[in-house]
Design a protein around this ligand. Structure first.
Ligand code: MN
Length: 236
């Protein structure tokens, strides 16, 4: 069987002025049966649309904070570094992929972008906007459990993981405030931070706030997530 082509959003290193990739995203997609392809970052819509239409799925990766102007808020004083090129590229790619009913898997910033693209909002700085004792911004190497998440039954996430509570790694500065109208809650941390969302009645539109790509080799739940995503990408 032909393996699905899955577009992966590349990362941007502002200090070194370089694009880069975390191997976990690429290796997890490949081990789960897909072929990962790094996508160009560009504000040229025609370029992005031509590439997207040849793909079977889209993987939205982690990274910078999302520009709050995209959800009509001013900067919070603790906003982190932004990346206008990623914002622009991902807005166009994600919107079109959703229109096409193409599988989209959003990880960390990817979950946040999914929510913003579809009309939701974010907390710009968890420590100053949410009262919590959970460690959402664990130190490196991000490959151990940092906090637990409660998974709602009757969600695709529950179907994939078969568990109502799992431990996850966590390294994020922002989180979802208002869920976009077309998205639904799938998992939440003990402090109320939204950890997973999905779009009903789609092949696979799912976001997680944690980093399964960094736990693939030692965590069955992480493997199950990538397997479900790649399987959905194979079924066009
Ligand atoms: Mn978290």
């Amino acid at each position: 069987m032909k393996r699905p082509y899955i577009g992966v959003i590349q990362l941007v290193d502002d200090e070194k002025k370089r694009y880069w990739m975390s191997p976990g995203y690429m290796n997890s997609v490949e081990k789960a049966g897909g072929i990962p392809l790094i996508l160009p970052l560009t504000k040229d819509r025609d370029v992005l649309m031509q590439v997207l239409h040849d793909l079977d799925g889209l993987l939205l990766t982690g990274g910078h904070d999302v520009d709050p102007h995209l959800y009509h808020e001013d900067f919070h004083e603790k906003i982190g570094p932004l990346c206008p090129l990623r914002d622009a590229s991902e807005m166009m790619l994600t919107h079109e992929a959703v229109q096409l009913n193409m599988p989209v898997f959003g990880i960390c910033r990817g979950l946040q972008m999914l929510n913003v693209v579809l009309g939701g909002t974010l907390y710009q700085d968890i420590p100053s906007q949410i009262s919590s004792t959970e460690e959402h911004r664990m130190p490196k190497p991000f490959d151990t459990v940092s906090h637990s998440v409660n998974i709602l039954e009757n969600t695709p996430l529950y179907d994939i993981l078969g568990s109502k509570n799992i431990g996850v790694n966590s390294h994020h500065h922002q989180s979802i405030k208002d869920i976009a109208p077309s998205l639904r809650l799938a998992a939440v941390a003990e402090d109320g931070v939204i950890e997973s969302i999905f779009m009903p009645n789609r092949r696979f539109i799912l976001g997680v706030q944690w980093h399964p790509e960094l736990l693939y080799d030692k965590d069955e739940h992480s493997r199950a997530l990538f397997s479900a995503f790649v399987r959905a990408c194979s079924q066009s």
